[in-house]
Design a protein around this ligand. Structure first.
Ligand code: HEC
Length: 124
């Protein structure tokens, strides 16, 4: 299967991905969820080590760890995040994750995360 980021830069990608995101099982709060998928990797890529890992630690690992409520997905390691980058992009973009009730990423954290994922989730 070709992974989603192989399709960049493709003009139809955002629309296609938007439809994929819209088919997610949980009813996304459409009005509240920004439609802000970056169209291309920005020239200054976010750094996994400095920018992105702390977001996973603060927003995801409480549940996505061996002792968490979803211990099948452990987002404490780069390898596991990278392997699941497509599902993570889908869930974060659709505002399905973190679930309602858990602290949502700030807009700045969301933009950092989406930019990094659109850059292909580099280990940088
Ligand atoms: C409050 C706990 C909690 C937090 C915080 C949380 N998750 Fe989840 N997540 C879950 C649970 C529980 C599931 C399993 C849901 C299911 O299988 O129906 C899940 C499932 C997922 C899935 C798989 C969904 C699918 O159907 O493919 C992804 C991807 C995901 N989470 C990403 C994230 C990311 C990224 C973050 C942080 C930005 C995050 N989650 C924060 C509890 C959480």
């Amino acid at each position: 299967m070709k992974s989603w980021h192989d399709k960049l830069p493709c003009q139809g990608y955002v629309a296609v991905f938007g439809m994929v995101a819209c088919t997610n099982h949980s009813p996304a709060p459409a009005a509240a969820c920004p439609q802000d998928l970056p169209q291309a990797c920005p020239s200054s890529e976010p750094s996994y080590q400095h920018d992105v890992a702390p977001i996973f630690t603060n927003r995801c690992v409480v549940c996505h760890s061996p002792d968490g409520s979803d211990n099948r997905r452990n987002y404490a390691s780069y390898a596991a995040i990278y392997a699941n980058r497509s599902a993570i992009l889908d869930q974060v973009y659709a505002c399905n994750m973190p679930p309602s009730g858990a602290a949502a990423p700030t807009l700045s954290e969301r933009v950092t995360l989406l930019n990094w994922l659109v850059c292909g989730a580099p280990d940088n």
